[in-house]
Each structure stands twice: as structure tokens, then as C-alpha cells.
Design a protein around this ligand. Structure first.
Ligand code: ZN
Length: 356
């Protein structure tokens, strides 16, 4: 072998030694004990699992941080908890002392997307939604004349009215003012609902309301609401303004029932508007109160009637449709319970207490 040959052999061996050294070094870097590269691997794993569908969460629905952790460890981390250090690093950075099984349990038992969905949908409505959706239901009793007139279902005898008021009193009912009724229906905050609220209403404004009904209600300190037709005040069968004022002073709310107690659907829009607004205007002028709660004469109305009430700023209107009044009814179609003067006390109790 000449010098040239020896030099070639030397360099070949040298290259071989370097190759071996490089290979050895590289194999050392791939060892699981090398801390710096582990983080790179973990991040690479995290990146790759984030972009691919996984058995537990889909990338679209899952928050970014947690699913990467879950899929890295196992679709079922509880059964095969893997304490391999490279799997801890993505989540353990904020809570290094926390043991791994606790973290896994947290992720599995409370999936992040479930929590976020609950919070997102509940928080904006949390304050008002439960309250607004709850039903307010109040019996509104519908009386007319209080006198003795056997066979007339619209008339109740003073004795029967007395028995009914006594029943309300003895069984914890709370007759309320119209203002309280509106507050309850509108769920005004801070208002403590009275026990078993009930609204007593008297239609038409018969003179016996002041002569018979007023003393009976006053005995129990019960308020009531009167729906009157101001065009009838000259008729002896009906209350005059002085008597209406007496009722007002006794705690009765006075509201309009049309000027002349007409069949409203038979009237033109102009005539209806007059009946509705003139009755309100007179009551407000004579009594100095607000009279923006209407009661349909005969319970009759049409679309024009309701439209006029809205246009003129009426707040509510009562029908003679039967049932409890609730905050889920149209404010212009509130129901009431007709009190049949011929019915027994038992029938009255049954009507009052039956489910609406
Ligand atoms: Zn009437």
C-alpha cells in the first residue's frame, strides 16, 4: 500500500468514526429523558391532535386546550392513566403540583364544552328568564247588582254576598286594589304578593253597590273595582257622581265601562272611540284618578275596539270570558269569573278554588 492508499484508508476510518459518533449522539437525543425535546414533541402532538377529529370531542365543538390533553393521554384516561412526563407538560404548566389523576377526572367528568354551553346560554337570561316565564294567576270575581231579585243570575242577594265575603275572609283570601292587581300581573319587583289575592269587580254601577255592597265589603276592609257607564248617572237605578265618590273614598277603584253601556261591535269606529274615551275622560275629571282599565259592556268587542284601546293608551281590558286572569293572557282580553247570584256557596267555593 502506498502513501496515497494509506491516506485514503485513514480518512475512511475517520469518516466512519464520525458517523458512529453522530449516530450515537442522535440516538441520545431521542431518549425520553431529554427534557428540551420533550416539550417540542408534546407541542407537536398537541398541534396535530387539535386538527384531527378525535373520539371524545370534535375540534369544532371543543375548547382548544382541553381536548388536546384528553386525546393525547387516551380516549378513556381514567382506565389507562398514563403518567408519562411528556403528556403532563401541556396542562401541568399552570398547576404543577396537582396530581395527574385529578386533572384527568376533571376533564372527563366535566367536559369543558358542557360547562361553556351552560354558562353561555344561562348567563344572559339568568336574571330575568325564570321570573318572566313564571305564571301569575289571580281570580277576578265579576259581580253586578246586589239586591234581592230571585231568578236573576246577574243579581246577588246581600246575604249571599255577605256569606261569600266572610268565606274569603275566613279562608285567607286577600281582596286587592286594582293597582295591586296590576303590580302583581306585571310582577313589579319588591312587591310581596299577598296570600291568595283576589280582585272583586262590580259592573255597570248599580245604586245598590253603594247601598248594599259597600257596607259589606267595608266590614272586612275589602277594596273593589267598579266599572261604570257615566252616561247612566242620571238614572235612579244607577250611581250618581256623589255615590261614586263615596265608593272611591271607601277604597273602590272606578274605571270605564263605555259611556252608555253599548254593544260596541255594532258601532262605527268613531262611535266606539267616543264611548271609550268619553267615559274615561269623565271619570278622570270627576274623580281626579286614572281610568285606563276598560271593561267591555256585555263582554263584547271587535278588532276596532281593541285597536282603539291600544291607541288611547289603555293598559288593560276585562272580558266576561270565564277563567282566572293570568299574565299570559292578552292585556286586552283578561278573563274573569262570573258570580251567578243563584249559585250556592259551595258552587262559589268550587269556582274560586278550581284550577285555572
Ligand atoms: Zn255591564
Amino acid at each position: 500500500m502506498n502513501v496515497r492508499g494509506k491516506r485514503f484508508l485513514f480518512y475512511t476510518l475517520l469518516a466512519g468514526v464520525f458517523t458512529l459518533l453522530i449516530l450515537f449522539f442522535i440516538s441520545g437525543l431521542n431518549s425520553p429523558t431529554a427534557p428540551i425535546i420533550i416539550e417540542v414533541q408534546a407541542e407537536e402532538l398537541t398541534q396535530s391532535t387539535m386538527s384531527t377529529p378525535v373520539p371524545v370531542y370534535t375540534p369544532a365543538s371543543a375548547p382548544i386546550s382541553a381536548p388536546a390533553y384528553v386525546t393525547m393521554s387516551d380516549p378513556d384516561p381514567v382506565s389507562t392513566p398514563d403518567p408519562a412526563p411528556f403528556e403532563i407538560s401541556p396542562l401541568s404548566s399552570d398547576k404543577p403540583e396537582q396530581p395527574l389523576p385529578a386533572q384527568v377526572d376533571t376533564v372527563v367528568t366535566a367536559p369543558p364544552q358542557t360547562t361553556s354551553v351552560t354558562v353561555d346560554t344561562y348567563m344572559p337570561n339568568g336574571v330575568v328568564a325564570p321570573s318572566a316565564s313564571s305564571k301569575v294567576s289571580i281570580p277576578v270575581l265579576n259581580y253586578h247588582s246586589v239586591t234581592i231579585d230571585p231568578g236573576n243570575v246577574v243579581v246577588i242577594s246581600p246575604a249571599k254576598l255577605e256569606a261569600q265575603m266572610k268565606y274569603l275572609h275566613d279562608h285567607g283570601y286577600t281582596p286587592i286594589s286594582l293597582a295591586t292587581f296590576i303590580n302583581l300581573i306585571e310582577k313589579k319587583s319588591g312587591l310581596a304578593a299577598p296570600d291568595k289575592p283576589v280582585l272583586l269587580t262590580f259592573d255597570d254601577g248599580y245604586v245598590d253597590n253603594v247601598e248594599e255592597a259597600m257596607p259589606i265589603l267595608a266590614k272586612y276592609n275589602f277594596p273593589a273595582t267598579l266599572f261604570m257607564s257615566p252616561g247612566m248617572v242620571e238614572d235612579a237605578s244607577y250611581l250618581n257622581w256623589e255615590q261614586v265618590k263615596q265608593l272611591q273614598e271607601a277604597g273602590w277603584d272606578i274605571q270605564p265601562h263605555g259611556m252608555t253601556h253599548p254593544h260596541l261591535p255594532k258601532l262605527s269606529a268613531e262611535q266606539q272611540a267616543y264611548e271609550i274615551t268619553e267615559a274615561r275622560k269623565l271619570i278622570e275629571e270627576k274623580l281626579g284618578t286614572q281610568a285606563d282599565v276598560f271593561c267591555y259592556p256585555y263582554g263584547e268587542y271587535n278588532q276596532t275596539t281593541v285597536k282603539l284601546l291600544k291607541e288611547h293608551g289603555f293598559r288593560y281590558a276585562f272580558t266576561i270570558d270565564q277563567g282566572y286572569t293570568t299574565n299570559q293572557q292578552s292585556p286586552y282580553l283578561l278573563k274573569r269569573l262570573f258570580i251567578n247570584g243563584e249559585e250556592s256557596l259551595k258552587a262559589f267555593i268550587n269556582k274560586l278554588s278550581k284550577a285555572n
